[in-house]
Design a protein around this ligand. Structure first.
Ligand SMILES: *Cc1c(COP(=O)(O)O)cnc(C)c1O
Length: 422
């Protein structure tokens, strides 16, 4: 029996309506930018398996570092104990994170990195004797699927059953070139009508919204208003972190720096799950007290799992290497050339690039996971390319190790896919 046939007997997949979904594809191997299925078909991984495997699948350098770590120390309780991999990762991360970051808190994935950030923000104010209960977030933001993160996500089309239990969240539009006054006015109104604890946002690129970009200047202006009112700024860099925008972190494009940063996805180079919530010294100090209860009593069993830390250290070493930095520039240049060549196509409504991110908006109305979108998905799969279009947006976020031939193959398929909309 095939993997695919065995799977449908007892597995429940995420983001899947099993009554109507087609059987999943059995993947047996991955190497570099390529996935291999059980029938021997190959697919170029155009989205680095949800922005994780940025240094290529089964990257030898990462695998070796993790293997070495697993043989030395596999897992320990991270309350009362520490270990080399966690300490080294903390040092290496703080070297590349924005300079105001000073503490590294470990969790398990992107959602829990955000969840911890939200709890930190609420308790920060609580510890100072203030009860602040509102989160400010962007309209089309995505922050994960646990309750706090889900509440803050504006893209909650499938969250109907849970909406009554959400945290209190007020929304502002993402700042574009023409709406900054409106955004700031709305922000100020929210601040005067609510007790705002934090502003949570995806810096510069809203991934799940369809790789929508907004301006660093706008973000800077929002930060300033938040600062004036003691509202903590939380940058969710789960998607944007680790080189994808051309910088190590998207927050580097913004003049003011966030108080808290959430990391995951490429953090562990696609090998194992881990999340991190980093914060400034000011945030950290609000938890120091003779009263134990003012500490941050939030923990995950696998906090700072040593093999995960080893993967992250090796990932940072690769990210900061000349070879990967050159690759980022190379992909950037390729994306820009392709974007320029397709910009005036009658079926293209818009095209944008930043770092290794490329997004093409098709001139057609499509629902997020509707049938036309599925047709588009199939079109790419038939050509050996794995992409996950979001509504009418086709986006590419390839591993840094993708070669020019593979990139051109993706571009060609995108161009050819436009005939579906004639
Ligand atoms: C993927 C993502 C998350 C959630 O991360 P998980 O590891 O899937 O829980 C949160 N925020 C952003 C911006 C993301 O892209």
């Amino acid at each position: 029996m095939s993997l695919s046939q065995r799977d449908i007997k007892n597995i429940w997949h995420p983001l899947t309506q099993h009554k109507t979904a087609t059987a999943p594809i059995g993947i047996v191997k991955a190497a570099g930018a390529v996935l291999h299925d059980e029938e021997g078909k190959e697919y170029i991984d155009g989205i680095a398996s949800w922005y994780t495997a940025m240094y290529g699948h089964c990257n030898e350098y990462i695998v070796e570092a993790v293997t070495r770590q697993m043989k030395q120390l596999d897992q320990i309780v991270f309350t009362g104990f520490t270990h080399e991999a966690a300490v080294t990762l903390g040092e290496k991360l703080l070297e590349i994170l924005p300079a105001n970051q000073s503490r590294i808190f470990f969790n398990d994935n992107g959602s829990t990195a955000v969840e911890a950030a939200i709890k930190m923000a609420f308790q920060f104010h609580f510890n100072k004797g203030e009860k602040r209960d509102t989160i400010i977030a962007f309209e089309e933001g995505f922050h994960g699927d646990t309750f706090g993160a889900m509440s803050a996500s504006g893209l909650s089309v499938y969250n109907g059953p849970f909406e009554d239990f959400f945290l209190k969240v007020e929304r502002i539009p993402a700042p574009q070139e023409d709406n900054l006054d409106e955004v700031l006015e709305k922000l100020k109104a929210i601040i005067s009508n609510n007790k705002c604890a934090a502003f949570l946002y995806e810096p510069l690129v809203q991934g799940a919204a369809g790789m929508k970009f907004h301006s660093p200047e706008g973000l800077n202006a929002i930060h300033k208003v938040c600062r004036e009112h003691g509202i903590l700024c939380i940058a969710d860099e789960v998607m944007t972190g680790f080189g994808k925008t051309g910088m190590n972190f998207a927050s580097e494009y913004v003049a003011t720096k966030p108080d808290i940063i959430c990391l995951s996805k490429a953090l562990t180079a696609g090998l194992v799950p881990m999340g991190i919530t980093s914060c400034s010294q000011q945030v950290y100090e609000a938890f120091l007290d003779d009263d134990i209860a003012r500490g941050f009593f939030h923990a995950h069993t696998y906090s700072a799992n040593p093999p995960a830390c080893a993967a992250a250290i090796a990932g940072i070493e690769l990210l900061t290497s000349e070879e990967i930095q050159k690759s980022i520039r190379r992909i950037e240049t390729n994306h820009k050339q392709f974007a320029a060549s397709i910009r005036d196509h009658k079926k293209v409504r818009g095209v944008r690039t930043l770092g290794v991110i490329l997004a093409v908006d098709i001139n057609a109305d499509m629902s997020r996971y509707g049938s036309l979108r599925n047709k588009l998905f199939e079109f790419f799969m038939e050509r050996g390319i794995f992409l996950r279009p979001l509504g009418n947006t086709i986006y590419v976020l390839p591993p840094f190790v993708i070669n020019d031939g593979q990139l051109q193959k993706i571009y060609k398929a995108i161009e050819e896919s436009l005939v579906l909309f004639d």
